[in-house]
Design a protein around this ligand. Sequence first.
Ligand code: S3P
Length: 416
Amino acid sequence: MIKGRLRVPGDKSISHRAVMFGSISKGITRITGFLNGADCISTISIFKKMGIDIEMNGTSVIVKGNGLHGLKRPDSILDCGNSGTTTRLVSGILSAQNFTSILTGDKSIQKRPMNRIINPLSLMGANIESNVGFAPLTITGSSLHGIEYNSPVASAQVKSAILLAGLYADSKTTVTEPAKSRDHTELMLRKFGANLITDKNTVTISPTTELFASDIEVPSDISSAAFFMAAAILVLGSELILENVGINPTRDGIIRVLKSMGADIEIINPSNTFEPVADIKVCYSKLHSTTISGELIPTLIDELPLLAAVATMAEGKTIIKDAQELKVKESNRIKVMCEELSKLGVKVLETDDGMEIIGTDRLSGNVTIDTHDDHRIAMTFAILNLISDGEIKLNNSKCVEISYPGFFCDLKNINI
Ligand code: S3P
């Protein structure tokens, strides 16, 4: 049974942004609840290489910002590790600096599409050389122009790269997305003094001469809490309270979908500082199938592998569509989920933009899952291991450290 209370680590997206925006602000930014997973540590090391004084003490981080024009030329390659957020957002900032720098990352990062940022940033006047659309990226800073950009993808990383470049441009920059992606950049940049106007799926940023430091309390990551929501829903007799979870409406699709599938989820103690936060009570529930598509997709993009796994226990056929973006995450999450769920005897169909999962009442086990070094795939199957007949082994469980270093320890502690 999954019982008790749990506070999962800080939000990955917000932790990255707090370090980045703190670094290019004037003054001291004190971050609490920081996620010290591998991805956010890559962001810290990149800004340290550009001369920013950053001290990390557990989940507290102090960033001594040097102002909008205070970054120094790094004397070696900037390594983003596994982090797409670091690669894409930092590219927006580097496009406007008065030096050349090289950004790269691990094998997975070098396979992730970068034309989605290279194209709009080049329209602004950026000078970026790539390996035919992939990292390494060599970025030579230039003076930038404001643009009006219609993004072909709903992506917060793309939107944020453009908005960050827009801080340095000679006129306003507008980004419109096909569906609204997470808006942490907009909320936090405003807190640091930037001027942004949002209207539905469109954001306009005005250039500025300076940002000003602001303390940031990072809420727990809903994308990490999601694994434990799923655990409590799937394991008979469970009742769990997840504390202080960020429930920004651009991220809460997981809660909306699970509820629509019949899950017993209650939002308690909501509060709103600069990001909405609440405790979430989740109990064991019988589920039925659903269709996940359209504007919902960006609000739960990182939770789709987990939702596919949960759907194996829902009565009927669950359909996930409009989710092509899953193919270009840390792994091809459509293909990987279909292949790995099949190993457990699940009937699952891979489609061009998602998958279809037929609910069942038992999962076979005694299999080894290939995580493809993807942290969310690893955690997803660790949750299914709670309810499978035999043991589900993971070929690389260490990759959970990308976003949730204490994952297995937390899972052990609440599984009583
Ligand atoms: C993120 C945006 C999303 C998400 C990623 C974090 C961010 O990526 O999948 O884990 O912090 O902006 P896309 O913008 O590529 O959809």
